[in-house]
Design a binder for this molecule. Structure first.
Ligand code: UDP
Length: 315
C-alpha cells in the first residue's frame, strides 16, 4: 500500500483547490485545506467534511500559517483568479500572491515539504509570442487593472525560485491556462460560467469586444492530472499546463448556445482593459517532462460542466 502523506492545499475551497482535495483523499492521503472563503465556496468541501483524513482550517494565508504535525506537500492555490474577482479585491490579490506565497513557502520550509505554486498564463500578459512557451517573459502592464494578479503571480514565481536556489527547497511552478469544469461559481465572471449561466437562464450572452480574442480551454480533470504529475516529478522549472485547443470567445458563446439548446442571443459589451488578444499554451515541456497531454475535448468537457450548472441552478 502507498504511504499516506499529508497535503496542505491553500485555497482548498476554490474551484481547483477542491478538486485537488478530492484527488488526494481518493488516493488515501491526509488533506488539510486552508481557506478564508473570500472567493472560495465552502460547499465545495461539503463531501469531505465527514472524512477523518480531511481537515479545514479557516484562515487568510496572507497572515502567517501554522499547521501542527507533519506535512509532506504544500500546494499554494489561494488567490482570487477570475478577472472580476481580482478587480474587486485588488489588494487581497496582491497580498495573497506576495505575502501568502511567502507564508506558504515558510510553512513548506519548516516542514521540509515540497512546495507547489499555482501560477498562471497571465504571467505572459497580452502575449506578443504565440503560442506561449515557458521561456517567454511576457508582456504585462504592471499598473493596469489586471496587473494586481499578473504581477502578484510573477512575484510569487520569483520568490519560489529564490527559495529553491537559496534554501535548496524542492519547488514546483505550474502555469495554468484557462480551466473549466464543475465547482466553478455560477457567477464568478469568467467566460464559461458566465455564458453557461446566461444560456441556461435565457439571458443574453455577454461577449466582450468583438469576441475575436482567443482562449484555449482545459477541462479540470486534465489539469488535476498535470498537477499531480508535476508535483511528483523532479522538475523545478515552470511548466505550462493547458489544452492547446484554441477558440475565439464568440465561437465559444455560439457553441454554448448550441449545446445547451438555448434561445439566448449574443450581446457585445466593452472589452476589459488589457484583455489578452490571444492565448494558447505550448505544452512541449509538459509532454516531455511529465508525459502529460490533455485527454478531454471541449465538447466532452462542456457536456459535464453543463450538467453541473443545470443542477446548481436548480438549487
Ligand atoms: N469574456 C466575455 N464575456 C464574459 C466574460 C469573459 O466575452 O462574460 C471574455 C473576456 O473578455 C476574455 C475571455 O472571455 O477575453 C476569457 O475571459 P475569462 O474571464 O474567462 O478569463 P481570462 O482568460 O481573461 O483570465
Amino acid at each position: 500500500m502507498a504511504i499516506r502523506k499529508t497535503y496542505v492545499v491553500t485555497g482548498g475551497g476554490g474551484f481547483i483547490g477542491s478538486h485537488l482535495c478530492e484527488r488526494f483523499l481518493e488516493r488515501g492521503h491526509h488533506v488539510i485545506a486552508i481557506d478564508n472563503f473570500l472567493t472560495g465556496n465552502e460547499k465545495n468541501l461539503a463531501p469531505f467534511k465527514k472524512n477523518s483524513a480531511f481537515k479545514l482550517i479557516r484562515h487568510n494565508v496572507s497572515k502567517p500559517i501554522r499547521v501542527p504535525g507533519r506535512v509532506d506537500y504544500v500546494l499554494h492555490f489561494a488567490s482570487p483568479a477570475s478577472p472580476l474577482d481580482y478587480l474587486q479585491f485588488p489588494i487581497q490579490t496582491l497580498k495573497v500572491g506576495a505575502l501568502g506565497t511567502h507564508n506558504a513557502l515558510g510553512l513548506a520550509k519548516e516542514k521540509k515539504a515540497v512546495f507547489f505554486l499555482a501560477s498562471t498564463s497571465e504571467v505572459y500578459g497580452d502575449p506578443l509570442l504565440h503560442p506561449q512557451v515557458e521561456e517567454y517573459w511576457g508582456n504585462v502592464n504592471p499598473v493596469g487593472p489586471r496587473g494586481v494578479y499578473d504581477e502578484a503571480k510573477r512575484f510569487a514565481e520569483a520568490l519560489t525560485m529564490a527559495y529553491h536556489r537559496t534554501h535548496k527547497m524542492d519547488t514546483k511552478i505550474i502555469r495554468i491556462f484557462n480551466t473549466y469544469g464543475p465547482q466553478m461559481r455560477l457567477h464568478d465572471g469568467r467566460a464559461i460560467p458566465e455564458f453557461l449561466s446566461q444560456a441556461l437562464t435565457g439571458k443574453s450572452l455577454t461577449v466582450f469586444g468583438d469576441g475575436k480574442q482567443t482562449r484555449s480551454l482545459c477541462y479540470i480533470s486534465d489539469l488535476v492530472d498535470g498537477i499531480e504529475k508535476l508535483l511528483l516529478s523532479p522538475v523545478n522549472e515552470p511548466v505550462n499546463v493547458g489544452n492547446p485547443n484554441e477558440i475565439s470567445i464568440r465561437d465559444l458563446a455560439k457553441k454554448i448556445i448550441r449545446m445547451t439548446g438555448s434561445t439566448s442571443r449574443i450581446v457585445n459589451k466593452p472589452l476589459p482593459v488589457d484583455d489578452p488578444k490571444v492565448r494558447q499554451p505550448d505544452i512541449t515541456r509538459a509532454r516531455k517532462y511529465l508525459s502529460w497531454t490533455p485527454k478531454v475535448g471541449l465538447d466532452e468537457g462542456l457536456k459535464y460542466t453543463i450538467e453541473y450548472f443545470k443542477e446548481a441552478l436548480r438549487k
